[in-house]
Design a protein around this ligand. Structure first.
Ligand SMILES: [Fe+2]
Length: 371
């Protein structure tokens, strides 16, 4: 049972060296998180924030991993006047936290393209008794960014699958870039140095999140001249090169046993017009991955289907460095009811991967071992 005003369990995003913990509320509150004997405030230059209903506190990963639990502390504001502001007494919620293990099998749930569905992707994500070790939310979780309420779907799905007790990785999708609130999204999702592309390290898993932005050219009339994703993708080419230059602290760091590359759009696939964009730039990304980073898996959403795509298959236009998994299929059906197929992965100690495509009723459509 959630305490008053808290809309979902916290979402513990893993990004860079930190956990960024987001909690949505129904009312104006101030918030901090206690872990390992320290307090981590949601503040702006020393001012505790209460103007937005989404709250965020950042904690160094090592501190929360060692603490194994955290407490969300908040107070509802009654009157935030300039002098002697009034608030209600503190409310507290303490939760256990399971870091991703440093060895052994790692259970991952991958959900994308929920397009504001919540109950169905949450049901599809119940693949592991006791919950997964890591949840990956891979874009288009809200239907669009036309209103801030749509962003709640992110925390609602994470809450339903993790209950705030394990890390979550987030990648932005192309529908997330549409609407007046898209520019405000970093108040609702994790970023590193203000960017939606970054690397992360959880237990024995290293990962890189890339953000292709939109799926058509910046000049497409659908966007009315409001985007500059070509520039943004060029920035990421430099970012990938920087990661390679720092390999010994990134994917070659001691203890890394699995390497994932996560992107909403499958940049190794050249789609039909008008989605056939950035062939040269995406070829460069693909060859940098193939020649240097050598990931174990590419994880994609976007295509509203579930599929295992080995190198050389029809989907592979650019020379994939490894198998790609397209890992979610939303089902919109007004007559029979909505549904969802998600993906569950087990990264096994012997370097094989078990892939399950599982729907909201618990039926397993695919159960394969990748060697
Ligand atoms: Fe998409």
């Amino acid at each position: 049972m959630l305490p008053e005003y808290m809309l979902t369990y916290p979402t513990v995003f893993a990004a860079g060296d930190s956990y960024q913990i987001f909690v949505p509320f129904s009312d104006e509150v101030i918030l901090w998180i206690e872990a390992g004997g320290r307090k981590f405030y949601d503040h702006c230059c020393g001012i505790l924030r209460s103007g937005k209903r989404m709250h965020k506190a950042e904690i160094p990963m090592r501190m929360l991993d060692e603490a194994g639990e955290y407490t969300v502390v908040y107070k509802k504001m009654i009157d935030r006047r300039p002098y002697f502001p009034l608030s209600e007494p503190e409310r507290r919620l303490t939760l256990p936290f399971r870091p991703v293990p440093a060895e052994g099998d790692i259970n991952i749930v991958h959900i994308s393209d929920a397009h504001n569905l919540v109950a169905e992707p949450v049901a599809a994500g119940q693949a592991f008794a006791g919950g997964p070790d890591l949840l990956i939310l891979n874009g288009d979780i809200p239907n669009h960014s036309g209103c801030v309420e749509n962003f709640n779907a992110i925390c609602e799905i994470a809450s339903g699958i993790t209950e705030g007790q394990c890390p979550v990785v987030f990648a932005r999708g192309n529908h997330d870039t549409r609407g007046i609130c898209a520019e405000d999204m970093p108040h609702y999702i994790p970023t590193v140095r203000g960017q939606t592309y970054y690397t992360f390290r959880v237990g024995c898993v290293w990962g890189m999140v890339l953000d292709c932005g939109e799926d058509k050219r910046d000049t497409n009339e659908e966007y009315g001249g409001t985007i500059c994703f070509h520039e943004f993708r060029q920035q990421q080419t430099d970012f990938i090169r920087d990661v390679i230059a720092d390999a010994s602290r990134e994917y070659e760091a001691p203890g890394v046993r699995h390497r994932l590359v996560i992107s909403h759009i499958g940049f190794t696939h050249i789609d039909r017009p008008p989605f056939d964009i950035e062939e040269e730039l995406y070829r460069e990304w693909t060859s940098l991955l193939r020649e240097h980073i050598r990931p174990d898996l590419l994880l994609y959403g976007h295509y509203h289907r579930v599929e295992i795509c080995p190198p050389g298959c029809e989907f592979d236009s650019q020379g994939q460095p490894c198998t790609a998994i397209i890992g979610s299929k939303p089902i919109f059906d007004k007559e029979k009811g909505n549904g969802f197929v998600g993906c569950a992965l087990t990264l096994r100690e012997d370097s094989t991967v078990r892939v399950l495509f599982r729907d909201h009723t618990g039926s397993v459509l695919t159960d394969e071992i990748l060697l």
